[in-house]
Design a binder for this molecule. Structure first.
Ligand code: NAG
Ligand code: NAG
Ligand code: NAG
Ligand code: NAG
Ligand code: NAG
Length: 460
C-alpha cells in the first residue's frame, strides 16, 4: 500500500510543477472538511424531524403481542395527561405545508403518483382477469354432526354489524365460481372457521380460540394430505374479529405459513405479518346512500366528522382538541341526528383508531362519498398493494391532531374534487354482495390471495 502510493506520488511530482503539488494536498483536505460540514448541518436539520415521526421507544424492543395503543404518544410519561404533543416540536404551518406537499407528490421536488386511484390500473385489470378465470379454492368439509357446526356454516341471513365482513366473505365465496370440489385443481385450501362465532360460543370463548384452531389443524393434517405438502402455505382463513390475533397462538407452523385475510391488520402485533397476510376492509353493511351523482353534488357544509366510543388514547386526544369546534364535529355516545346525515353532510369523515387500528368508519365514509381521514398509525390499509390510498383519503399522523383543521382547510376545492372522485372510483371494492359481483370486497380479497399463490406442492 505504502509502496504503491509513494510510487504514484513520485510519478505526480515528476510530471507536475511545485505549485500544483501544494494544491494536490489542499484540494482533498478542504473537500473533506466541506463534506463534514455538510453532514453536520444535515444531521442537525433532520434529526428533529426524524425523532418526531418515530415512536419514542425503539419499535423493535416492543412486545409485538401487546395491544400497542400507546405507541403514537410519549412513552416516557406515566400519567395519562400527556396527550397533547409537545408544542415546541410542532411548528404547525410548516408541518401542514409539508403534509400538503406529500399529498400532491411534490415532496423533495419529485413527482409521485397521488392522483390515480390504483398503483397501476392496467396491470391490476389484466391480472384480475387471470385470477377471475383460473383461481380455484377448495373448502374443507366438516361433519354435519360436528358439535361446533355453526362455527363453519355460512350465515343464512344477511350479515349485519361490526363483523359482517367475516360472515359475508364465507357466504359470498360459497356462491362464487371460485369453489372447486376437486382438491387437485385447487390453488388454495379454505379453513372455514369463524373467529367471531368461536368467540361467541360460551363453550369456547376467547381462551378457547387457539385451542380450537390447533385441534382443527391437527384434524385436517391427519385426515387430508394437503397440509403436509406445503406446511399450510396454501391454506387460508378470513377474520374480522380482532380476537383473531390469538388464532395461531398454539399452532406455530400455521403462524408461519397460513395466509390470513384480516381486518385488524396492525403492523405492531405479532399475529399479523405484512405481505404474507392481507388486510381486508371492515364493512358495516349500509343500504341507504343516495345514488352516486347525488353523493358528488351534495352540499357538505361540515368540514369534519367523528363519532364513536372513546376507547383509545387517539380518540381521547381527538375529542380533547376538537370537542365543541364549529367546523370539526366530534361526538361520543348516541348521535342526536342520523349517522348517515352526518356522513353525507361532511367533507371529511374521520377514522380514529379505537381498541384496534381498524373500524368500519372508513368503509362508511367511502359508502357515503365522504373523504376518509385516517388517524391510525401502523394500520396496514385494506388492499393497499392495489389501491393508492393517498389519492382518496387523507392519512394524518396521530400526533398531528392539533393541526388537523389546518390540514383539512388547506385542501383546495380542486384537490377535494380529485380525492372525492377517487372515493367513488374505489367504492365498489368496499362492499359485499351475495352472490358476489365483479370487483366487490370478495373479489378483491381473493385477488389478494391470488397474489400470494404458486407454492410448489410436494406430493407425499
Ligand atoms: C427523484 O427521482 C430521481 C429519478 O427517479 C431519483 O434518482 C432521485 O433520487 C429522486 N430524489 C429524491 C429526493 O427522492
Ligand atoms: C369474472 O368471471 C365471471 C364468471 O365467469 C364473469 O361473468 C365476469 O364477467 C368475469 N369478470 C371479468 C372482469 O373478467
Ligand atoms: C378434531 O377431531 C376430534 C376427534 O374426532 C374431535 O373431537 C374434535 O372436535 C375435532 N376438532 C375440531 C376443531 O374440529
Ligand atoms: C402429516 O404430518 C404429520 C406430522 O408429521 C403426521 O402426523 C400426519 O399423519 C401426516 N398426515 C398425513 C395425511 O399423512
Ligand atoms: C365543550 O363544551 C362542554 C359543555 O359546554 C364543556 O363541558 C366542555 O368542557 C367543552 N370541551 C372543551 C374541550 O372545551
Amino acid at each position: 500500500m505504502g509502496k504503491s502510493s509513494s510510487l504514484v506520488l513520485n510519478k505526480v511530482s515528476e510530471q507536475f510543477p511545485a505549485p500544483f503539488k501544494k494544491s494536490f494536498y489542499f484540494l482533498p483536505i478542504s473537500l473533506s472538511l466541506i463534506t463534514l460540514l455538510f453532514i453536520f448541518i444535515y444531521d442537525i436539520t433532520t434529526t428533529v424531524d426524524v425523532t418526531h415521526n418515530l415512536p419514542q421507544t425503539d419499535p423493535y424492543l416492543l412486545d409485538r403481542s401487546l395491544p400497542t395503543d400507546n405507541i403514537p404518544f410519549d412513552q416516557n410519561s406515566e400519567n395519562g395527561d400527556d396527550l397533547v404533543a409537545d408544542p415546541s416540536r410542532l411548528s404547525a404551518s410548516a408541518r401542514a405545508n409539508k403534509w400538503l406537499g406529500n399529498l400532491f407528490g411534490i415532496s423533495n421536488g419529485n413527482y409521485t403518483n397521488n392522483i390515480e386511484a390504483y398503483h397501476d390500473e392496467d396491470i391490476f385489470l389484466e391480472d384480475y382477469k387471470q385470477m377471475n378465470k383460473s383461481l380455484k379454492i377448495y373448502v374443507y368439509p366438516y361433519p354435519q354432526d360436528h358439535p361446533f357446526k355453526q362455527v363453519f356454516e355460512p350465515f343464512e341471513s344477511d350479515p349485519v354489524g361490526n363483523f359482517a365482513s367475516e360472515h359475508y366473505f364465507k357466504k359470498a365465496l360459497m356462491k362464487s365460481h371460485f369453489i372447486t370440489e376437486d382438491p387437485d385443481e385447487a390453488d388454495f385450501f379454505y379453513m372455514p372457521f369463524s373467529i367471531a362465532l368461536i368467540r361467541d360460543d360460551h363453550r369456547l370463548d376467547i381462551a378457547g380460540i387457539s385451542v380450537f384452531v390447533k385441534s382443527y389443524i391437527q384434524n385436517i393434517t391427519n385426515i387430508y394430505p394437503y397440509w403436509n405438502r406445503t406446511g399450510g402455505a396454501d391454506h387460508f382463513y378470513f377474520a374480522c374479529h380482532s380476537k383473531g390475533r390469538f388464532a395461531f397462538d398454539k399452532a406455530f407452523v400455521a403462524k408461519l405459513n397460513v395466509i390470513q385475510l384480516l381486518c385488524s391488520s396492525n403492523l405492531y402485533i405479532s399475529s399479523y405479518v405484512a405481505h404474507k397476510d392481507a388486510p381486508v376492509p371492515q364493512v358495516w353493511p349500509r343500504l341507504d346512500a343516495p345514488p352516486i351523482p347525488n353523493l358528488l353534488t351534495r352540499e357538505r357544509k361540515q368540514l369534519g366528522f367523528f363519532s364513536g366510543g372513546i376507547n383509545s388514547r387517539t380518540r381521547v386526544y381527538l375529542l380533547k382538541v376538537w370537542d365543541n369546534d364549529t367546523e370539526i364535529f366530534t361526538h361520543h355516545g348516541r348521535l342526536p341526528t342520523p349517522y348517515s346525515e352526518q356522513l353525507l353532510g361532511s367533507k371529511f369523515c374521520i377514522h380514529a383508531r379505537g381498541y384496534e387500528v381498524n373500524s368500519a368508519r372508513i368503509a362508511d365514509a367511502i359508502y357515503y362519498g365522504c373523504v376518509p381521514v385516517i388517524l391510525s398509525n401502523h394500520y396496514d390499509l385494506p388492499f393497499t398493494d392495489i389501491l393508492n390510498w393517498k389519492s382518496f383519503s387523507v392519512i394524518v399522523n396521530e400526533r398531528d391532531i392539533p393541526i388537523l383543521k389546518r390540514i383539512l382547510q388547506g385542501i383546495s376545492s380542486e384537490e377535494y374534487a380529485m380525492l372525492q372522485s377517487n372515493v367513488i372510483k374505489v367504492r365498489k371494492h368496499f362492499q359485499w354482495h351475495t352472490p358476489p359481483t365483479d370487483f366487490d370486497a370478495l373479489h378483491m380479497s381473493l385477488y389478494e390471495l391470488w397474489q400470494r399463490r404458486s407454492v410448489v406442492k410436494v406430493k407425499s
